[in-house]
Design a protein around this ligand. Structure first.
Ligand code: IVH
Length: 664
């Protein structure tokens, strides 16, 4: 083979594997093999500079530093979207469209609304020639040098591409990449980015493409400018399929929905997944599927009538810090908390926001009176993410961690290498209360009616110091508490009685050993049905338990070796009726808790297959390893199948999976 032909072959192979890895998320060769191909190409190109072309994969980081940003006109304007913030507004959108188009029911598509930066990619004769930002919608900035570094953007389209094609999409930074970049910036003493979108925008505005190349940007394509008619698609669904066939990356999280109700349903499904997604989204985009109907609907005020952004409730708001307080937790950790001017975020009024620890306060430089951004994501405790320094009035004092525990006054310690300050006094009333609350909490003994105020009183009156004291309480004592009617006292006593019947895993969790959450409590209870064996288990033995690492093992050992803890453990064991976990039923055993990997092209949607496996209790993993139990394998599976065969992992086709799930 001539060197020229080998160069062409290498480019084809590299582009193919790049596409499999970055677009299809289904690698066909090992990273090492990919690197070998890449290196061979680099060497050939170094030896024959005349063979280097701009669309060679080696030229993604061309080393060419831009001198500024040229302007790129958008022949077809890049529009913005109007918003719907609730179901009513989405229904109103649907009604307007149906009236305008005189159609009974409209078919929509629903996909996530990515929180990134909109770009346009111009392909001429199938080659990426210009990449630009949206700008004002008519003219954007030329950021070709940076977009070429994005691995999910093909430099050359696959198959028969139209002579000219403008593809639109959103460039974004996956959350894991964002975390990695910010950690690096903090290490280097640099200001971290406020969110992935800012980081993406900042990255695209770099003159040196090496910065972008090192930042793992990604893209989802969701539209077409010029060249639309050449794609021969009548619907958006088909248009996306055409883009995918050209090697462009489109999201699998997408659904064609007949009627507005279905669109709302799918929007809700996306919302439910939001916290698990590896990238940030702020809603869904609902679009008419039929391209001819889109044409008829037209555009008003630079937004199409045929699409709408269906926003999730905002997660960030700004408000003012009234005070900074310090809480003492179960383990004595001191947590600074911002007391806020009440603000509604996502339907909930927020008054407190965590500031985590002294380092975090210093990093944010939060001071009393500051205007701050507060973020609340799902069930997560609200946190202060940024201070609006320009809005600061006067010169408020910097916050200092107290030197004495705000509750018991003990000298606060900060251990070498730890970020948290701690109250070292195990008898500190704050710690005692938090330990008791934890013991009675939902995931542990779940004692109904043992609220915060009651625990406070019980501790303050010296009636309860440790969990076992709960079970010594009598009716008379409880009736003597403030605001405790005879009826509630009896209810609480009954609840305590019921709580004695408890699975061993929840008891272990309730003890409050550091690093032992609900799941680990359960794991330990399964591994040691005989608790005496747990009490005697050496660290090595604990570490050998699946899902227990060295840190957990050491923490459990230290806790159980402490004489007071052990005494309390024994006392509780005498009071409670601990239930040892049932062994997993054999029928379930084929799926529940088993590790699955899915690969290749399957007839059902991959997400659906994954959902069915998860619903049956199986766990999905990204790569084949000795721990893999099943590989679910479709057509053209690539390296995962080889690896599974090598390791003797059971391989299932779709019918095999169906049978397995039906059995379970
Ligand atoms: S479609 C006219 N689809 O939202 C159609 N846009 O407010 C507009 N965006 O600038 C584009 N995810 O940055 C579309 N799945 C998606 C999107 C999306 C995010 C952004 C895009 C655009 C803005 C419009």
């Amino acid at each position: 083979m001539s060197e020229r032909a080998r160069v062409a072959e290498l480019r084809r192979l590299i582009a193919e594997h790049n596409h499999r890895y970055h677009v299809l998320d289904d690698p066909g060769i090992s990273d090492a093999e990919y690197d070998r191909l890449f290196r061979e190409l680099l060497e050939l190109e170094a030896a024959h500079p005349d063979l280097v072309t701009p669309d060679s994969p080696t030229q993604r980081v061309g080393g060419q530093v831009a001198s500024g940003f040229g302007n790129v006109p958008h022949a077809v304007p890049m529009l913005s979207l109007s918003n719907a913030v609730d179901d009513d507004e989405l229904r109103a959108f649907d009604e307007r469209l149906r009236r305008l188009l005189e159609v009974e029911t409209l078919t929509y598509t629903v996909e996530p609304k990515y929180d990134g930066v909109a770009v346009e990619l111009l392909y001429e004769s199938g080659r990426l020639s210009v990449g630009s930002t949206r700008g004002d919608g008519h003219v954007g900035e030329d950021v070709t040098h940076n977009l070429r570094t994005v691995r999910a953007i093909p430099l050359v389209l696959a198959g028969a591409a139209p002579p000219l094609l403008e593809v639109r999409g959103e460039v974004f930074l996956p959350l894991a990449e964002f975390a990695r970049i910010n950690a690096g910036r903090l290490d280097a003493g640099e200001e971290p980015f406020a969110n992935p979108r800012n980081c993406t925008a900042g990255t695209l505005r770099q003159l040196d493409p090496k910065v972008a190349a090192a930042r793992g940007l990604d893209i989802f394509c969701y539209g077409v400018g010029r060249g639309e008619s050449e794609l021969d698609a009548r619907t958006f669904t088909d248009q996306r399929a055409a883009l995918a066939a050209l090697g462009l990356k489109v999201d699998t999280r997408f659904e064609r929905c007949e009627g507005v109700d279905r669109a709302i349903d799918f929007h809700r499904r996306i919302e439910a997944e939001r916290d698990e997604l590896p990238y940030e989204i702020d809603g869904s985009v609902v679009k008419l599927d039929d391209l001819a109907l889109r044409e008829r609907a037209g555009v008003v005020n630079r937004a199409p009538r045929w699409a709408i952004a269906f926003k999730f409730p905002a997660r960030q708001e700004t408000t003012q810090v009234r005070a900074i307080e310090v809480n003492v937790g179960r383990t004595g950790a001191l947590t600074p908390v911002a007391v806020l001017e009440p603000v509604r975020i996502g339907g909930v009024t927020v008054v407190h926001a965590s500031l985590h620890n002294a380092d975090e306060i210093e990093r944010l430089d939060v001071r009393v009176g500051d205007r701050v951004f507060v973020e609340r994501a799902g069930d997560v405790i609200p946190k202060v993410v940024k201070v609006v320094k320009e809005a600061r009035k006067g010169r408020p004092r910097r916050f200092r961690m107290p030197t004495g525990c705000p509750v018991c006054g003990a000298a606060v310690a900060r251990l070498e290498g730890e970020v948290v300050h701690r109250c070292p006094n195990l008898e500190c009333p704050a710690q005692v209360k938090e330990r008791l609350r934890h013991f009675a909490s939902r995931g542990a003994l779940d004692v109904d009616g043992l609220g915060e105020k009651i625990v406070d009183q019980l501790v303050e009156r010296g009636l309860v110091r440790r969990p076992s004291d709960f079970f010594e309480l009598d009716l008379e004592t409880l009736e003597g508490l403030d605001r405790m009617a005879a009826r509630s006292a009896q209810n609480l006593l009954d609840a305590l009685e019921r709580a004695r019947d408890v699975p061993a895993g929840r008891f272990l969790y309730g003890l409050g050993m550091r690093h032992v959450g609900e799941a680990v409590g359960e794991v330990l209870a399964r591994a040691y049905p005989d608790l005496d064996a747990l009490l005697a288990a050496p660290v090595d033995d604990l570490e050998a338990v699946d899902e227990v690492g060295p840190i957990i093992a050491r923490s459990v050992r230290e806790f159980l070796d402490e004489p007071h803890n052990r005494e309390e453990f024994e006392r509780l064991r005498g009071q409670l009726r601990l239930r040892t976990p049932e062994p997993l039923p054999a029928g379930d055993g084929a799926v529940a808790g088993k590790n699955f990997v899915v690969t290749g092209t399957l007839s059902a949607k991959r997400d659906e297959i994954k959902a069915r496996i998860e619903a049956a209790g199986g766990k999905l993993r990204g790569s084949v390893s000795p721990r893999t139990d099943y590989l679910v394998c479709g057509a053209n599976p690539g390296s995962k199948r080889e690896k599974a065969e090598e390791l003797g992992v059971e391989i299932l086709d779709e019918a095999g999976l169906d049978a397995l799930l039906a059995d379970a």
